[in-house]
Design a protein around this ligand. Structure first.
Ligand code: IVH
Length: 669
């Protein structure tokens, strides 16, 4: 690149970054994802490295953040609150160690790793063990005094214990965050109250911390992990490990997952393991902070103006990204539900290229006001299907129109109706081929009748050629008919027919799922099958009888009754039975319902039972497995390497069991 071009690009990047810093640090309302911001910053750093004479004092690479707002009293940090250098791969981590080695030749480094909390950095000041002031990070040099708000956080002690209580002037730093469960609860409350919800726990925590009325903050359940003592070496500690132990002893909360790592290989293993476990943490972590353990090493390595040289942040694959909505299409589901889907400019997210994202239903599109041409923030967390967090309002181009739901089914042209009180528009044509194709696909899918070779192409042709009018017709297909389809030979046709025949014996639970009854998926189907034993008994059951089964609410019961009240469905079931499809569940011995009405939570790895097996055991005995611990939890079953749920249990005084304890409990009858 020519110098003149570089100068221009550098100016552009600085302007963009300044703007995003303002949105992020001052207003706490970011409009780009962290990944996109990091990309801008990386490009700027690279250009400045290539043209060092273009570096100026006011470049975002030369300072820490943006200006603080004047809502709260400004506080000058005694020691600047720096940022962290980033690593995104094991190679980057090795390069970090190589850098340490070059700076301090001949030194053997050991490390401490801990989750990088996606929250808000704060500095707490204790004078002779008393909490006197708390401040936000601000631009790193000057933050805001939020003492009153921080006081409302229960895990911040007002008075310290132990050795640190005697220190005249102690500054500790940490990260304030909102646990995911609390975040979900808060958003539900806001939604019920008709107020705007938060896009993620970080924004919710930022909003809470910057409330002008501490009483409001107090109602927003925040938490904190502490991870730094300014001038710890002056206090006589030799290592970060000792510092953490002293913090804990003082009554300050530190991350229970902080772990010493003797080698860089151990560091890499820690980073990989935590990335896999990130969904079980109970709070958002966007990476791992790796710190050289010896304070002597930290002191000698020192800091740049931007970050300490003795630490690095290993960043997990980004889960949020921004991209542009190119079109909004409407898909037809197996029950005729019309689902709006945003077609996106392809974007990589957590290792997968995302091209489509469901917008669920009309109300959802309206609530988020997603329009063609909009830039949207999308997120993909763990196994969760990607979704639109929000529209980036500032990037909306002129002339966009609110999305309008089509009046006709896009597949068959049938009239689209939205029944009173329902969220979905539906295609009113029961012969709609798009619906039938979806039903067939679902019928043959892995969790349903598991029909191998019943692929996309076969389904399309069977419907379009009029060979199949409902799922029972599958069992009438002969090899000759199938062999007549495109891309089918004698052999592959025989395979498909054999696979269809084999599916007859899948049993009641899979058949129930395969029928595509509204609200009856894999799990509900298993519950119903276990409880009633045959399709005939389920078809004959009343709403009240169905709703009695645990995990089957009144809404599901109503849907099951409605399905079997429909003459077409009854005929379909008769024809499936006539075709030899098994409608019974294999006999399961009835076990005493000793856990009836009890709620259990599982955490960590159990010695012999898998997560699924433990769940199955609990449910077979009438218990329920919940995802998070609350006061209503009866037992928490704790295994190896438990998550924060074990801590929650301790905090709430919930009884904890190990696997042996659980087994003893179900055998006690
Ligand atoms: S150590 C000088 N440890 O990440 C101490 N920081 O991107 C350097 N952060 O400003 C920070 N979790 O607000 C450290 N376990 C952790 C952290 C952590 C989150 C934040 C912190 C820092 C930012 C840098």
């Amino acid at each position: 690149m020519q110098r003149a071009d570089a100068a221009q690009r550098i100016a552009e990047l600085r302007e963009q970054i300044h703007h995003h810093d303002y949105r992020y640090y001052v207003e706490a309302r970011p409009e780009v994802s962290d990944a996109e911001y990091d990309r801008l910053m990386r490009e700027l750093r690279e250009l400045e490295a290539a043209f060092p004479d273009l570096v100026t004092d006011d470049s975002p690479t030369q300072r820490v953040g943006g200006a603080p707002t004047d809502l709260f009293r400004p506080v000058e940090h005694r020691v600047a609150m720096l940022s962290l250098d980033n690593a995104t791969s094991a190679d980057d981590l090795r390069e970090f160690e190589a850098r340490l080695g070059r700076a301090l030749p001949g030194t053997r480094f050991t490390y401490v790793c801990e989750p990088k909390i996606d929250g808000l950095g704060v500095a707490l000041l204790y004078e002779r063990g008393r909490f006197v002031r708390g401040a936000t990070r601000g631009d790193g040099r000057v933050g805001e005094d939020i003492t009153g708000n921080l006081r409302t956080i229960r895990s911040i002690p007002m008075v310290l214990r132990g050795a640190l209580a005697a220190v005249p002037d102690l500054e500790v730093r940490g990260e304030v965050f909102m646990p995911r469960a609390e975040f979900a609860r808060l958003n539900r409350q806001l939604e019920d109250a008709g107020e705007a919800t938060f896009a993620n726990p970080r924004n919710a925590a930022a909003g809470a911390v910057r409330q002008k009325d501490p009483a409001v903050t107090a109602r927003r359940p925040l938490d904190i992990f502490l991870y730094h003592v300014s001038r710890a070496d002056a206090l006589g500690f030799a290592s970060y490990r000792e510092t953490l132990a002293a913090l804990r002893e003082a009554g300050l909360r530190t991350n229970p997952r902080a772990e010493p790592c003797a080698t860089l290989d151990a560091v890499v293993a820690y980073c990989e393991a935590l990335e896999r476990a990130r969904d079980e943490l109970g709070y958002d972590a966007d990476g791992v902070v790796v710190k050289a353990d010896a304070l002597e090493h930290q002191r000698r390595l020192g800091s740049t103006t931007h970050h300490p040289r003795w630490a690095i942040a290993f960043k997990f694959a980004a889960r949020q990204a921004t991209t542009v909505v190119q079109a909004i299409e409407v898909n037809v589901g197996k029950t005729g539900a019309l689902t709006p889907v945003a077609k996106l400019e392809p974007v990589e997210l957590a290792g997968v290229v995302i091209r489509n994202v469901s917008l669920h239903n009309e109300d959802e599109v309206r609530r988020k006001d997603v329009r063609v041409g909009d830039t949207v923030l999308i997120e993909r967390a763990g196994d969760v299907i990607p979704y639109v967090v929000q529209v980036v309002a500032a990037k909306r181009p002129p002339g966009t129109e609110p999305f309008r739901f089509p009046a006709h089914c896009p597949a068959c042209g049938g009239r689209a109706l939205r029944p009173e009180g329902e969220a979905y528009w539906r295609c009113s044509n029961s012969a709609c081929p798009a619906q039938l194709k979806e039903r067939l696909r679902h019928f043959g899918s892995r969790g349903a009748m598991d029909i191998e070779h019943l692929g996309e192409g076969a389904v399309e042709q069977l419907v379009d050629k009029g060979l199949v009018h409902d799922v029972a017709d599958l069992y009438t297909l002969g090899v000759d008919t199938v062999a007549g389809l495109e891309r089918f030979a004698e052999k592959s046709a025989a395979n498909l027919v054999a696979a269809i025949a084999a599916s007859r014996a899948r049993g009641l639970a899979r058949l129930l799922n395969a029928l595509g009854i509204r609200l009856v998926g894999e799990r509900v189907a298993q519950l119903l099958a276990a409880r009633f034993g045959s399709l005939e008994r389920i078809a004959a059951a009343s709403e009240a009888e169905l709703a009695e089964a645990h995990g089957v609410g009144p809404e599901i019961a109503r849907s099951v009754v409605a399905f079997f009240a429909d003459a077409t469905n009854r005929r379909l079931v008769d024809r499936l039975r006539a075709a030899g499809v098994v409608t019974q569940a294999p006999e399961a011995p009835r076990v005493p319902q000793v856990l009836a009405g009890r709620t259990l939570v599982l955490t960590g790895t159990l010695p012999t039972l898998s997560r699924e097996a433990a769940r199955e055991l609990i449910e077979r005995h009438g218990g329920r497995v919940a995802a998070s611990v609350s006061r209503k939890t009866d037992y928490v079953v704790v295994g190896e390497a438990p998550g924060s749920k074990a801590e929650d249990a301790r905090r709430l005084g919930v009884t904890m069991l190990d696997e042996a304890g659980l087994l003893a409990l179900v055998r006690q009858a």
